[in-house]
Write a protein that binds this ligand. Structure first.
Ligand code: R5P
Length: 332
């Protein structure tokens, strides 16, 4: 099928430039030329140094730390620049969608920031959104424009399945992840254990809520097993650390962990290295600094998946086939 747009352009903010470049290599187009400046007054200025008039434009921006608020503004300003430059269609490619945990009003006088962010992205000019493994699937409904939520889970599944271990058990680190944990375990052909975790929240500080976690109870038998803790994201590493301690106490033989989004904040990389994990596997939806790498960390790239889907969107071809055909090359 042909595209209704003659040409495609891919631009990137500073959220994950290595991933944007890898996507461009996969698609076979150069990364769009931009000027991005942060002035002394902290205002961000962006200029597209090439025409996007009537073109099919993809704006790649992972909502990453550090300087998350700058990354959000860069995305919005890039979208606005594309809109005002008469782009034919604008797709916001957001490999990691921040504020995913602020998705409901679960106590009085709190915002739904994931919805606010969706409103801003639409107001800025996005015609559609492409993202990977939202923290909560219902965030799709915060958008009234088309959203494709891809999953990088098959990449992780294939990585672990290829090891061929018959004593592997998948561990869901909390009850909320039990369903996704079960799907992961089924896909790998391994049994599932579930950790019942209570998150203790300390509120009321001016600089926002602090959280800590406590692993309480294990459902399943991990004695003498290789345990693979699976989560959607690792932020501080606190959850993984608590679960790892519990599994060690319960007689696990070897510990491993994986997630799609390696957010890695607040000394997570150091914490993960110290908690007895033989290997941690994440994807590159978020950039990692040299200090966040260590020999036991494996990073799988989502660039092939995103590149393939961007080409399909541009050409008006279904993206579903990638996921229904589980051995599709775009899935690793
Ligand atoms: C929580 O609901 C998420 O699924 C992750 O467990 C959480 O984001 C991990 O955060 P941290 O690494 O800070 O414990």
């Amino acid at each position: 099928m042909g595209s209704r747009f003659d040409e495609m352009r891919i631009f990137s903010g500073n959220g994950n430039i290595p991933l944007a470049q890898a996507i461009c290599e996969r698609v076979g187009v150069p990364l769009g030329d931009t000027t991005i400046v942060k002035f002394a007054n902290e205002n961000i200025f962006i200029k597209l140094n090439e025409s996007v008039r009537e073109k099919d434009v993809f704006v790649v921006q992972s909502l990453s730390t550090p300087n998350l608020s700058d990354r959000i503004l860069e995305l919005l300003i890039l979208l606005d620049a594309c809109k005002r430059a008469s782009a034919g269609r604008i797709t916001a490619v957001i490999p990691y969608y921040a504020y995913g945990r602020t998705d409901k009003k679960d106590q009085p006088r709190v915002p739904i920031t994931a919805r606010l962010l969706a409103d801003m992205i639409q107001a800025a000019g996005a015609h559609q959104v492409l993202t990977i493994d939202l923290h909560a699937g219902q965030i799709q409904g915060f958008f009234s424009i088309p959203m494709d939520e891809l999953t990088a889970v098959p990449l992780l599944v294939r990585y672990w399945a290829d090891k061929g271990w018959d004593d592997l058990i998948v561990v869901a680190p909390d009850v909320g992840f039990a369903k996704r944990g079960r799907n992961f375990a089924e896909a790998i052909g391994a049994p599932l254990a579930i950790v019942e975790k209570r998150r203790i929240q300390q509120l009321g500080r001016r600089d926002g809520p602090l959280t800590s976690t406590e692993a309480l109870n294990l459902i399943g038998d991990v004695t003498g097993k290789r345990c693979l803790i699976v989560d959607d994201e690792i932020a501080t590493g606190g959850s993984i650390l608590e679960v790892a301690r519990l599994l060690e106490r319960e007689g696990a033989r070897e510990l491993y962990a994986c997630c799609v989004h390696g957010v890695f904040v607040g000394g997570a990389a150091q914490r993960l290295q110290q908690c007895g994990l033989r290997e941690v596997v994440v994807t590159d939806t978020l950039p990692l600094s040299p200090e966040q790498h260590w020999p036991g960390l494996t990073v799988l790239s989502v660039s092939t998946l995103l590149g393939e889907v961007i080409q399909r969107i541009h050409s008006g071809i279904s993206v579903d086939a990638i996921f229904t055909h589980r051995k599709h090359p775009a899935l690793g």
